[in-house]
Design a protein around this ligand. Structure first.
Ligand code: SF4
Ligand code: SF4
Length: 466
């Protein structure tokens, strides 16, 4: 893999627009990703209790709402599982299709793509932009460049604000933001995200992929000779005597082949459309984000020539050598299995999460009290967490501790939907004549009387005596 283009990216890269199936896929993913990111905070969702925003990360309330799923602070390990799932899925896809994540799904790619669309809309395509770059500053240039940067800043600002709307009520925050009444944290978040978006998508663009992104550094270790990558078919393109332009006497494929020339007509279109400014004909390079726009460009040229498509195409090194591409490799199967297991675990964990959580913690200072009538008293803090969206009522009892009675600080164990209660339980035990060292295991039993959960919960505990 060549690193030449990592060291020397083009100083003023003005990629040309291209039409084709991969460009259509990229545009489709861009529209979908933007629709999801910008619209989700505005979707309302009816709940018996809690906010009516479909997706909300409520930090002060320690609740994370995703449609009907309500996550509590103790469910944070789901996030860890989700990150692990995302990582192994990325590895799995990379071993199969190279850097498709970079080319189609990465935030940097999506936002740079949108910024370039704005630039093209205002300033025109590659040739017009190159001309504008070179021309001296006049009213036309000030207007076009000013409008481009104005729209970039607006999109960057809206990106920062949209991100912030996931952390509070979208309508309230937006109203506060534009009337100057928002918390300073909101303004700070929007300014930071707006600045970074504007700089990375508007100015740094491909430099982020080439110089800043760590993923491009270690992706090569996940590639092997069967990984599907965007490749130039050197044998077909160069022939025996190299590529040549389709000058008058070399327009016909048969004549070219007779003279040893390949199918590459050296139009340079594959280089002009490349968002990272590299020449795929020089082989796999670290700067290639596998967006496949060069495939669209070259397919268009092949169509015009009336030749077979695929001079630049998705294929593996083995495929280029005429060998069979092996999809099922040990590494791919391993990553695939890890992805599947992580997904199953996450779904199972969410589906089987308890809607009623109860803990009983013994108060340890003092561990026990000997009362004036000789009974031994232990105290416990019982915490009941009703995670359902319905009100509930419970009764609490003890089991397997004969000669003991329990006194509760609160007798009415009623909980609102999605709420928690702590209750002090004092257990007094009467020692039997001749009984010594009667430390005992016993259980609290919480029985639901009303509410969504009907199964009793048993909490093992321990009683201490002198
Ligand atoms: S070489 Fe082709 S696939 Fe790679 S970044 Fe450039 S246009 Fe995209
Ligand atoms: S687009 Fe195709 S024909 Fe044109 S230079 Fe690139 S590889 Fe050669």
């Amino acid at each position: 893999m060549s690193t030449e283009h990592v060291i020397q990216p083009k100083s003023s890269l003005q990629p040309r627009s291209v039409e084709g199936r991969f460009r259509n896929i990229k545009t489709g993913i861009l529209v979908l990703a933007y629709a999801v990111f910008f619209l989700l905070p505005w979707i309302r969702w009816e709940r018996a209790v809690g906010p009516d925003q479909a997706i909300l990360f409520d930090i002060p309330g320690r609740r994370y709402y995703m449609f009907d799923l309500v996550m509590h602070a103790q469910d944070i390990f789901w996030l860890t599982a989700l990150l692990f799932l995302a990582a192994v899925l990325l590895f799995f896809v990379t071993t199969l299709f190279g850097r498709v994540f970079c080319g189609y799904f990465c935030f940097q790619t999506l936002w740079t793509d949108a910024f370039r669309l704005i630039e093209r809309f205002i300033q025109g395509d590659r040739v017009a932009r190159l001309r504008l770059d070179k021309q001296p500053w006049n009213m036309e240039k000030i207007r076009k460049v000013g409008l481009t940067h104005g729209l970039w800043l607006f999109l960057a600002m809206w990106t920062g604000l949209s991100f912030a709307l996931y952390w509070g009520d979208a309508f309230t925050l937006t109203g506060q933001f534009f009337t100057g009444n928002a918390p300073s944290a909101l303004y700070g978040t929007v300014i930071i995200l707006m600045t970074t978006t504007y700089l990375t998508a508007g100015w740094a663009k491909e430099y982020v992929c080439l110089h800043m992104c760590p993923y491009s550094r270690f992706q090569s270790v996940m590639f092997d000779q069967d990984t599907m990558i965007v490749s130039y078919d050197m044998n077909r393109g160069e022939g025996k005597t190299g590529r040549v332009k389709p000058i008058k006497e070399l327009r016909d494929q048969a004549t070219r082949q007779a003279q040893g020339h390949g199918d590459c007509v050296d139009c340079g279109l594959c280089v002009q459309v490349c968002p990272t400014g590299i020449d795929i004909r020089e082989g796999l390079q670290i700067g290639c984000i596998h967006c496949a726009l060069c495939i669209d460009a070259c397919d268009g040229i092949m169509d015009k020539q009336g030749w077979k498509r695929g001079l630049v195409r998705y294929t593996s090194e083995h495929g280029l050598e005429g060998k069979k591409t092996k999809i099922l490799k040990l590494r791919t199967v391993g990553y695939g299995l890890a992805t599947l297991l992580a997904a199953i675990y996450l779904v199972w964990s969410i589906a089987s999460s308890k809607l009623l959580e109860v803990t009983a913690v013994q108060i340890r200072s003092p561990l026990y009290v000997t009362m004036s009538d000789g009974r031994i008293q232990n105290s416990y803090e019982v915490k009941i967490n009703n995670k359902t969206m319905e009100a509930a009522r419970y009764s609490l009892a003890i089991e397997n501790l004969p000669n003991a009675e329990m006194e509760l600080q609160i007798n009415d164990l009623s909980l609102k939907p999605d709420s928690t209660m702590r209750v002090l339980a004092k257990i007094r035990y009467t020692k039997q004549p001749g009984e010594h060292g009667a430390n005992r295991d016993f259980q609290f039993k919480l029985t639901p009387l009303e509410g969504k959960v009907t199964e009793p919960v048993i909490i093992p505990s321990h009683f201490m005596t002198p």
